[in-house]
Each structure stands twice: as C-alpha cells, then as structure tokens.
Design a protein around this ligand. Structure first.
Ligand SMILES: NC(=O)c1ccc[n+]([C@@H]2O[C@H](COP(=O)([O-])OP(=O)(O)OC[C@H]3O[C@@H](n4cnc5c(N)ncnc54)[C@H](OP(=O)(O)O)[C@@H]3O)[C@@H](O)[C@H]2O)c1
Length: 253
C-alpha cells in the first residue's frame, strides 16, 4: 500500500521528541509538509525540520498558556497558507498524590487539563473553523491514552480525565462535521518508551509496564506513527469518530 501525503500541511504538536517526533517523521516520509510544534526543545525541533525537508518548519508555543494554542494555529496558517490535518499530540503526565495539599493537587490538575485538554480543544476549534471557511476536507487526530478506557493509577487521575476529554472532542467533531468533510480520530496508546514514560518507570519499575502487556516488548514511538499516517491518508475515513487502541494487548476492549 502506497501512502502519498504530498501537498498536505500537517500540524503535529509536541513534535520535538517522543511519539510526536516519530509521527512527524513518518508523515514527512509520505511527503507531507510538517509544522513541527515544540515548547522548550528548540534544538531538537530545528534538527528535525532539517531532516524532514518538504519545507517543514518549527513553531514554538507553550500550550499551558491562555493564548498559546490560538497563536500557534494562526502562525502555522500564516506561514503555510492552510492546514489540512491537525495531530494533537503534545501532552504532560504529572504525578499528583491524593495526599498532597488541595492547592498542590489543584495546581497539577489545572496544568494537566490546560496542556492536554484545553489546548487540544482550542486547536480543534481553530482547525474546524479553518476547514469550514475553506470549504475543504480536514482531519483531526488526537493522541489520547489507554487511560481513557481503563483509568490510570491514582497519582495520574488528572491525566486520565484530560485524555477522556480529548477523546470526547473527537467523537463530537466527527459526528457534527462529517457532512462538511471533516473527519476525526482518536489513537489511544498504552505505555510507550519515551521521556514521559521514564518518570513512570522510575516510579513503578519497567517490569510493572512489561508484565501488563500481551506482547514481549514495550511499545516504541515508531510503533505509533504508521497508524497515524494511515489515518491521515484518508483510507480510514469511514472510521471517523473511532478510537484506535495501540497498547500491545494490555487492555483489550
Ligand atoms: N509515553 C507514553 O507511555 C504515552 C502513553 C499514552 C499516551 N501518550 C501520549 O502521547 C503524547 C506524546 O507523549 P510522549 O510520551 O511522546 O511525551 P514526551 O516525550 O514527554 O514529549 C512531550 C511533547 O509535548 C511537548 N510539551 C510538553 N509540555 C508542553 C507545553 N506546556 N506546551 C507545549 N508543548 C508541550 C514537549 O515539547 P518540548 O519537549 O519541546 O518542551 C514534547 O514535544 C502525549 O499526549 C501523551 O499523553 C504517551
């Protein structure tokens, strides 16, 4: 099967490392021009733009801020002229024990919801309006989590809730705007070996994660990217609104 995404501009948030970097790489291999979003890792983002080519460019935005997502989308459209696909991948997972003070717990809750859910929602809003204004087809792919379906550990209660919100965004958009040519999908990974996972591994140990799997090794970012590329291609458009599990058999629904 041959996937050709040339001529498409794709915004991938959190593309400076981990899953986002792998997704951006695979999409660019298929010919797309990538808006490589990053927050702090400017050097990794710029190196990636150099490697990807296709006139891919970097865009900085702190998605925990009020206008970070809005300005990001406007800058990408300003530079590229249009966006055909949005991949909401940037995210944080911050441990927050239930025994911590109410203020500390709420602070982590707010930060998690701002980055994972509110910024993704604003980017979805901007993207849907952009697709409607252009009367053009568009696709949105949200990187959610297995936690949407099976919950998370107690310290990551905010993370699971934020990802469940992202999942709902996709379902509503798919059902509300399908006749306008807009499709939306959720990709729900289990444990993936990235910097985010390192924190968890330090806390719980690698065995905890591996013992949970049906397969014999932890999922790597490169295991996520092909599915996202397939969804971006349009070949799965009649699955709009669906959630695709990618969790090495650790949670089979
Ligand atoms: N790893 C897993 O086990 C796993 C499992 C299920 C779902 N996921 C989801 O997959 C996505 C990618 O995770 P990952 O494991 O690849 O994480 P990662 O390696 O920690 O990368 C996170 C990315 O998000 C960006 N980011 C973090 N805080 C940000 C902020 N305030 N504003 C803007 N960007 C910010 C980072 O940008 P900079 O580095 O430039 O600051 C980085 O590009 C996340 O949504 C995560 O929830 C991961």
């Amino acid at each position: 099967m041959y996937i050709n995404l040339s001529g498409l501009n794709i915004l991938v948030t959190g593309a400076s490392k981990g899953i986002g970097k792998a997704i951006a790489t695979k999409l660019a291999e298929a010919g797309a021009t990538i808006a490589i979003h990053y927050n702090k890792n400017v050097r990794e983002a710029e190196n990636l733009a150099h490697i990807l080519g296709n006139e891919s460019s970097v865009f900085q935005a702190d998605l925990s801020t009020k206008d970070g997502a809005i300005k990001l989308f406007e800058q990408v459209v300003g530079r590229f002229g249009s966006v055909e696909i949005l991949v909401n991948n940037a995210g944080i997972a911050v441990s927050s024990p239930i025994e911590s003070s109410d203020d500390d717990w709420l602070s982590i809750w707010n930060e998690t919801v701002n980055v994972n859910l509110t910024a993704s929602a604003l980017l979805c809003k901007k993207a849907v309006n952009h697709f409607l204004e252009r009367k053009a087809a568009g696709r949105i792919i949200n990187i959610t989590s297995r936690a949407v379906h099976r919950g998370d550990t107690a310290e990551y209660i905010a993370y699971g809730a934020s990802k469940a919100g992202m999942s709902s965004l996709v379902k509503t958009i798919a059902r509300a705007y399908g006749k306008n040519g807009i499709k939306a999908f959720n990709v729900a990974p289990g444990f993936v070996r990235t910097d985010m996972a390192k924190t968890f591994i330090t806390e719980y140990g690698e065995n905890y994660a591996v013992n949970d799997l049906a397969l014999d090794r932890l999922t790597e970012p490169k295991d996520i990217a092909p599915l996202v590329t397939f969804l971006a291609s349009g070949m799965a458009d009649h699955s709009t609104g669906a959630t695709f599990d990618l969790n090495a058999g650790s949670y089979v629904r």
